[in-house]
Design a protein around this ligand. Structure first.
Ligand code: SF4
Length: 293
């Protein structure tokens, strides 16, 4: 039976033309184009009524849990901040909601049940660019004419008390007090922190924030819950920081990636080496949407 859960548009996520879009373009630009057409219902086979398999309905279980978990965290930290996306959930998300809630309860405990644990919350779900000025600033900073967006989970200003308690609780010494971008993550296994050090998202968000506001963050924090059956303090919650200096070093790589990827997407360039990644056939290969040449 359908019931109302106290949250959220759990289907959507992402910012539109964010880093994951351009990263996907580097993997297979044709897939990015076809994915968009499928979402819009523009693919020929679908238009011809050939009953394609259900496409991308809410993503994987991990994605759905992650999205709801994110929203719960941000709602908690953003007390007093109105969310534009307050929709009832439904049965499709019932199981995932309860799993996300389990993670969220543990997250709250890991933050001493204090929404101000990370310091002063400057923003939750901060979208960039905020307007024409930001668009121009991003274009200039990255020498990139395409659309570029970001949706940051949280922007926090960490004071000395918060700095000390984060060190005490999570064994991490942040580069200093000041402004940080924070990303809520959930994973099934303990994350390899190197994945964030190498992450274009961690580079892009910091540089985009700087380009649009003129203030360089001290770093970007990954606050990651590991989905252990039994969530344990000191084991199931990891905190990692990629400092600003690392982001700055990644500027050229990011600029190159944005320009190359958007060019490939414009050409709808196929990459036949990506059709069977992770031993799974690409959806568009299965459906005959792509001739791979
Ligand atoms: S079938 Fe291969 S080339 Fe075509 S979209 Fe999929 S991954 Fe790209």
């Amino acid at each position: 039976m359908s019931k109302l859960l106290p949250i959220i548009d759990a289907v959507s996520g992402g910012s539109g033309r964010g880093i994951s879009y351009y990263s996907a373009g580097m993997k297979c630009a044709r897939k990015v184009v076809l994915d968009n057409e499928a979402k819009d219902g523009r693919l020929t086979r679908e238009a011809e009524g050939q009953a394609p398999r259900e496409y991308g309905k809410g993503g994987s279980e991990a994605t759905r849990v992650g999205t709801i978990y994110h929203a719960l965290c941000e709602q908690w930290h953003g007390k007093g901040i109105t969310f534009p996306k307050a929709l009832p959930s439904n049965d499709l998300y019932d199981t995932e909601y309860h799993e996300a809630e389990r993670l969220f309860k543990f997250y709250k405990k890991s933050c001493r049940n204090d929404p101000g644990y990370w310091g002063h919350v400057e923003a939750v779900e901060m979208a960039l660019p905020r307007g024409e000025e930001d668009i121009a600033a991003l274009a200039e900073y990255f020498q990139f004419k395409g659309k570029l967006t970001a949706l940051m989970d949280m922007v926090v200003r960490i004071d000395s008390e918060a700095h000390a308690r984060i060190k005490l609780d999570h064994g991490i010494t942040l580069p200093g007090t000041g402004l940080y971008i924070l990303d809520h993550k959930s994973s099934k296994q303990k994350a390899n922190t190197g994945q964030w050090d190498m992450s274009m998202q961690f580079v892009a968000y910091q540089l985009m924030y700087f380009a649009c506001t003129g203030e360089a963050p001290r770093g970007m924090i990954a606050a990651n819950i590991v989905r252990h059956k039994k969530l344990e303090a000191g084991k199931s919650f990891n905190v990692h920081c990629v400092p600003w200096e690392e982001a700055e070093r990644g500027r050229l790589a990011l600029t190159t990636m944005l320009n190359v990827s958007s060019g490939l997407i414009e050409m709808s360039m196929p990459n036949p080496t990506a059709c069977f990644d992770w031993f799974r056939k690409c959806y568009h290969y299965e459906q005959g949407n792509c001739e791979r040449v």
